[in-house]
Design a protein around this ligand. Structure first.
Ligand code: N01
Length: 864
């Protein structure tokens, strides 16, 4: 073995990998005038397209889109021959790009980087290569691809087979002739599904070992689609721009058709159109909610299963090929050419490993629980250690002597999928936490390379040498990546997106699912904000503007964007009447909330006024008494009624199993302070006195409310204590108003843009109460006597002007000795916590509210 030379070669940047990303990175580094070297393990360029040469290998994004856009001349000179080009053609393309830009001279082939160590003294990376060389560089850039580290066979006896063994991901360059052979293929992901029909053409007998059936649609390959070619020809720049600002990196119009509300005809029509089109983003866009709503997802899934059943003639084989254990799209769907038809051939057999698992690979074949099979060759199409495998394969040691592998042992952690704390000047192209594999890789690669190149230029221009994310920024981004995934069905699947295909790998959703467009915006925002969340240092000084680039829940952001797009006048510019009419119209269009056992309306007869109420009884025997919750709706003492908070009341009822009585108290301006407060207390007294008639358990009475409803609920608790009853078990205060002091920071930080605004709060106050009354504890319960109040659960939302009201009340109650459970609605607004079945990310917050309510009644079990 070569001894490492004592003096390392010095360059500005080393790029590992000469695939799509490495080639473009080199091009941009040269443009910046930086010295750069690419280290590539293969003996040619191509990356994934160099290695994956199995029969039938193609891309699954139309090649018109799966292409570089940085060089318009390149686009003129290269024409793709097919809609989905084959692996040899894509490899030729990458060779063409490398030659056209003279990139090869800076690429060292047949060499791997084996170790990389950050030298804190010199602020440089020192790399060791398989050839024994040492290279010192300022910037170390991994362009190693997301699906480049083959998963090792995890099957008993895998090394025992005496015949030839092939991996789709490391296919022999000279090809394989299976003519007349008995062949086994293990694995039915994209690689298996693409290669099986072609292997079947040669093999005398082909046996496919399937552990999980996969969704696949016909690719309908052929000439590049004429409409797309025309759009590109007409205005290439506009087309590429649209791709960059699309959700997936291919310009398509996202549908707003929901599966549940579309007619059967529309459903069928949309599905068949996507089926005919044969494109990944088409079949993922049949319905707007198929990625988040199980019922809608099942509509698409079942239509695909119907296609499988109508294609495969043997019903048992067809059924075994129908995916049923994961939602459509949560594992990468495949595009195929004659895959399901292949099972109609007499020499092709499917072995369902769920029914007869592999016991062992043997010397001459495969033994399952039921049978022994003899084979001449075995093909493994068993996938990759995706997204992290290639990164941790190199022994990368960061600033504190920590290895990347050790840092990521619990889970991969990145800022923007580009960098990771503790590893200065170390960039990952399309790393975990970026859209990467969920997008058109060509678009995502260019975006990453452009961002890194822009960053390196900014560093140089500002006399800075190092860049590294902060722990705060990185944790915030990791959280955002998981928040985006959590509102989808993706985390439910045992997919390689989740790291679930590799035994022992931590289970985390690896790519960023918020969209190429949203992601690009986040990266641009980070740079525009002086590299928010990065620590930068060098002769030009040291600076760090720490922070989190996205802390709002993604579906909350979507709702706000939608609201902004409507261009509505501010609520406070309307009359109370018009504002009520608007609220009523908005309530018409939202989902109803969960079903409950029974809903009845009634009237509470009070001396001052009859108050309408709505009673929600949970499912179960009507005669069985339940805890009782008196609920007060939100609306600033001006708006709201029994309908306005109906979904929330259903949700609380269904989750807690309590009887919920929602009371419509009197409103301003018709009835100003203290009408609402007095009504609330009177309603609680009435409920306490009529608990049995209402189906409640005497002595198990809680109050709850949202916003101004939480205000009157809190006031009712104080009045009940002063009056010596009724006994209240607990108070659930959701984003409460507790004080008239509007100088707390949240009124400024969150004063505008989150539906409830500071001006709107003023409008509410002015309608409800004279300034002279606003320190009265029946209006500002924070100013009241807090001793001896019932236990409280207080919900505060991060993006709520009232956030600090809730926090102040929680603090004050605690100081007064009242048990308080603080529920932080992370990333939420004042309204989003109540948006049942609209804002999916608010469901866990409501689950916590329900748990807190249930805990007020120790004898009852929460309904799960
Ligand atoms: O790998 P996979 P792939 N015993 O992980 C099975 C991209 N790609 O190479 O699902 C038995 O998807 C495993 O079963 P299960 C594309 O993004 C794109 O096919 O884990 N079976 C599964 O069926 C794709 O998603 C293109 O239960 C075992 C299969 O092997 C990604 O690469 C083409 C097993 C692996 O499927 C990976 O695709 C090719 C075991 N021990 C790839 N271990 C296109 O552009 C694993 N399996 C079209």
């Amino acid at each position: 073995m070569n001894q490492p030379p004592s003096v390392p070669e010095h360059v500005d940047a080393v790029v590992v990998g000469a695939g799509f990303s490495g080639l473009y990175m080199l091009y941009r580094l040269r443009q910046l005038g930086l010295s750069a070297k690419v280290i590539e393990a293969a003996d040619d360029v191509g990356g994934t397209w160099y290695w994956n040469r199995y029969p039938g290998a193609r891309c699954d994004i139309p090649t018109t889109d799966y292409t570089f856009s940085f060089d318009p001349e390149l686009e003129k000179e290269w024409t793709w021959s097919e809609k989905y080009a084959t692996q040899p053609e894509i490899l030729d393309y990458l060779r063409f790009v490398a030659d056209r830009h003279g990139l090869r001279s800076d690429i060292e082939f047949s060499t791997a980087v084996t170790a990389a160590r950050w030298d804190e003294q010199d602020k440089r990376w020192e790399l060791s290569t398989s050839g024994g060389a040492r290279i010192s560089c300022r910037f170390y850039i991994m362009a190693t691809g997301c699906l480049s580290m083959p998963k090792q066979p995890d099957i008993e006896g895998a090394d025992r087979f005496a015949g030839p063994v092939y991996f789709t991901s490391r296919w022999p360059h000279e090809g394989v002739d299976f003519t007349g052979q008995r062949v086994a293929v293990i694995g039915t992901g994209s690689s298996g599904i693409q290669s099986i029909p072609l292997i079947a053409r040669q093999a005398s007998a082909l046996t496919v070992f399937q552990r999980t059936p996969n969704f696949s649609i016909p690719a309908r390959n052929g000439p590049a689609p004429a409409d797309r070619l025309e759009r590109i020809a007409q205005d290439r720049d506009a087309y590429r721009h649209d791709a960059r600002w699309s959700r997936g990196g291919v310009p398509i119009e996202p549908t707003d058709v929901l599966g549940g509300t579309a007619s059967p005809e529309v459903r069928r029509e949309r599905f068949e159109a996507a089926w005919e089109q044969g494109e990944l983003f088409g079949i993922l866009n049949v319905f707007a909610d198929q990625g988040v709503n199980p019922a809608t997802n099942e509509l698409v899934a079942e239509m695909i299963r119907e296609k499988i059943r109508s294609t495969v003639t043997d019903p048992a084989t067809a059924e075994a090929l129908c995916p049923k254990d994961h939602y459509f799209g949560t594992k990468r769907p495949c595009l195929d050419t004659g895959y399901f038809e292949t099972y109609n051939l007499p020499h092709v057999r499917l072995v369902d490993l769920r029914r007869q698992p592999i016991v062992s690979i043997t010397e001459d074949g495969i033994e399952t629980a039921d049978e022994s099979f003899a084979f001449d060759a075995i093909v493994y199409a068993t996938g990759f250690d995706a997204m992290t495998g290639a990164l941790v394969a190199v022994d990368v040691t960061g600033r504190d002597g920590t290895s990347l592998e050790a840092k990521w042992a619990g889970r991969p952690s990145t800022y923007l999928g580009l960098m990771t704390t503790g590893f200065p000047n170390f960039f990952m192209l399309t790393g975990p936490g970026s859209p990467s594999v969920l997008s058109n890789m060509a678009v995502s690669i260019e975006q990453h390379v452009d961002w890194v190149a822009g960053c390196l230029k900014d560093l140089r221009d500002q006399g800075l040498e190092t860049i590294e994310p902060t722990a705060v920024a990185e944790a915030g981004w990791n959280q955002h990546v998981q928040d985006c995934a959590a509102i989808t069905l993706h985390p439910t699947a045992n997919s390689w997106y989740m790291g679930a295909n590799v035994p022992g790998k931590p289970r985390f959703f690896l790519p960023y699912i918020g969209g190429v467009d949203a992601y690009r915006q986040a990266c641009d925002d980070v740079a525009a904000q002086g590299y928010l969340g990065f620590r930068l240092a060098g002769p030009g000084g040291e600076r760090c503007q720490d922070g989190v680039i996205r802390s709002m829940q993604p579906d909350v952001a979507m709702v706000l964007e939608f609201m902004a797009s409507l261009g509505l006048p501010p609520m406070e510019s309307l009359s109370a009447e018009d504002a009520r009419a608007f609220m009523a119209a908005a309530a018409e269009t939202r989902p109803p909330g969960p079903a409950v056992g029974e809903i009845t309306d009634g009237v509470i007869p009070l001396p001052a006024a009859d108050l309408p109420y709505r009673l929600y009884r949970p499912a179960g025997p009507a005669e069985e008494p339940r805890p009782l919750v008196v609920y007060f709706h939100g609306g600033g003492w001006v708006l709201g009624n029994l309908d306005s908070d109906d979904p929330l009341c259903r949700d609380l009822c269904a989750r807690t199993g309590a009887v919920v009585v929602s009371v419509n108290y009197r409103h301003a301006p018709e009835d100003r302070f203290p009408a609402a407060a007095e009504d609330a207390f009177a309603a609680v007294q009435w409920a306490g006195a009529n608990a049995i008639e209402l189906g409640g358990i005497p002595g198990q009475l809680a109050v709850a409310g949202w916003s101004a409803g939480a205000n009157v609920a809190a006031v009712a608790c104080q009045l009940a204590r002063d009056a010596g009853g009724p006994a209240i078990s607990g108070q659930l205060l959701i984003c409460p108003v507790v004080d008239s002091d509007m100088t707390r920071p949240s009124y400024t930080e969150n004063g505008d843009g989150y539906i409830l605004t500071t001006p709107l709060m003023r409008w509410f106050w002015d309608y409800y109460a004279d300034p002279a009354d606003r320190t009265d504890p029946r209006l500002a319960p924070l100013r009241g006597n807090l001793d001896g109040l019932p236990s409280a659960a207080i919900v505060t939302a991060d993006f709520d002007p009232l956030r600090d009201d809730g926090l102040a009340y929680a603090r004050a109650l605690t100081e007064a000795g009242v048990p308080v459970r603080l529920i932080r609605a992370r990333g939420h607004t004042h309204t989003s916590v109540t948006m049942v079945d609209v804002v999916i990310s608010s469901a866990p917050v409501r689950a916590e509210m329900a748990a807190a309510l249930s805990a007020f009644f120790p004898a009852t079990e929460p309904v799960t």
